[in-house]
Design a protein around this ligand. Structure first.
Ligand SMILES: [Zn+2]
Length: 138
């Protein structure tokens, strides 16, 4: 893959993606199918993360109690652990990209069915976290 291809791939417009989803979705067009497909791909994403640790071993999960005993939110944020040691190997990353992509497909399908623009949802969320900053407490 050359540099131009990467640039073109990264310039995909979210609204165009949502329109393309609407154009190709045939078999699972019912809201019932879409919702259950979203559940399925949430599980598949979680399974892919777990298999990266338990089957591949490129990442390890070392969970411990989070330390909230700090002076400020900034200090708490900077000391929170994600509990992952290591990095995804290219193979596990490819699997996760595929599962996340399928999830986004069905999320876009859900939005299409309910006449919601995914880009509006992202923009609303962006405004909220931008306004509240660290106080959004997510
Ligand atoms: Zn791996």
């Amino acid at each position: 893959m050359d540099r131009n291809t990467i640039s073109i791939d990264n310039d995909i417009n979210l609204d165009n993606f949502q329109t393309q989803v609407d154009d190709v979705l045939i078999r699972h067009r019912s809201i019932l199918d879409i919702i259950t497909k979203l559940d399925e791909y949430t599980s598949r994403i979680n399974r892919a993360v777990i298999k990266s640790a338990t089957y591949c071993g490129c990442i390890e999960v070392h969970a411990t109690k989070q330390d909230y005993n700090k002076e400020s939110l900034e200090e708490i944020k900077n000391n929170m652990e994600n509990h992952i040691k290591g990095k995804l190997c290219p193979s596990c990353k490819d699997i996760l990209l595929e599962e996340i992509g399928a999830y986004l497909f069905y999320l876009s399908a859900l939005a299409n069915t309910l006449d919601i623009k995914v880009s509006d949802a992202i923009l609303n969320e962006y405004k909220n976290i931008k306004t509240l900053g660290i106080f959004s407490l997510k």
